[in-house]
Write a protein that binds this ligand. Structure first.
Ligand code: S6P
Ligand code: ZN
Length: 204
């Protein structure tokens, strides 16, 4: 039997001696959305993000139920298992807390030696990176931009546009998440709207 990779009508035949499996997960490349029974979903709202934004009064003035971002994850192996990979999609709503763009909490990987890929699908924004010496930089994200997050590097994404920023991610299953270090010390700089444009501003 010959298999043409473009043959979407491929069906098992009586002569086929190898098992054929269908994909467990589908990715919509226009939106980044995942579908399939094994997709796990979490939503982060304004009420969940105490301490993340610089202007706590501005955060408290917003509807606590307002969605800031959603994450869809496909974890084919257990969290913490060595040798596997996870796939995720993140959707950050447009919005601001004071003069700071809606963004993810951000984290180091608990296993600091683990890297990650991000790829923007829709919308636009910035990937903010901080190494363990607190040196901070950012990369502009736009549809198709691929971002390598090195090991030992905290990462967070901010949506700087008026529409949803969607990006895909792939990371090792034993990376884990260290949110505590960010909660305790934050990033060394914040992505703020300054004179109408995004700027990475160092924390005092
Ligand atoms: C996981 C990966 C992403 C983030 C997601 C939300 O390593 O970096 O899937 O979990 O973008 O960000 P955060 O900082 O709230 O986990
Ligand atoms: Zn990560």
């Amino acid at each position: 039997m010959s298999i043409n990779s473009s043959d979407s009508n491929l069906k098992p035949s009586g002569n086929c001696t190898v098992p054929m499996r269908t994909a467990q997960i589908m990715v919509d490349f226009r939106t980044g959305e995942l579908s399939g029974e094994r997709v796990q979903r979490i939503t982060r709202r304004i009420k969940d993000l105490k301490g993340s934004f610089g202007d706590e009064k501005a955060r408290q003035s917003l509807d606590p139920e307002m969605v800031v971002y959603r994450v869809e994850t496909f974890s084919p192996v257990s969290v913490g298992e060595e040798g596997g990979l996870f796939w995720g999609a993140t959707f950050i709503e447009p919005g601001m807390v004071g003069n700071e763009y809606f963004m993810t909490k951000g984290h180091f990987h608990a296993e600091r030696r683990r890297a990650e890929f991000y790829m923007a699908v829709a919308g636009g924004g910035a990937l903010i990176l901080m190494d363990e010496s607190r040196r901070t930089s950012f990369e502009v994200m736009h549809p198709g931009s691929l971002h390598y997050i090195p090991a030992h590097t905290a990462h967070r994404v901010a949506n700087t546009t008026g529409s949803v920023l969607a990006f895909m991610a792939c990371w090792p299953s034993d990376a884990g998440h260290d949110y505590e270090s960010i909660a305790a010390e934050g990033f060394a700089a914040r992505l703020l709207k300054v004179s109408g444009a995004p700027a990475l501003v160092a924390e005092p």
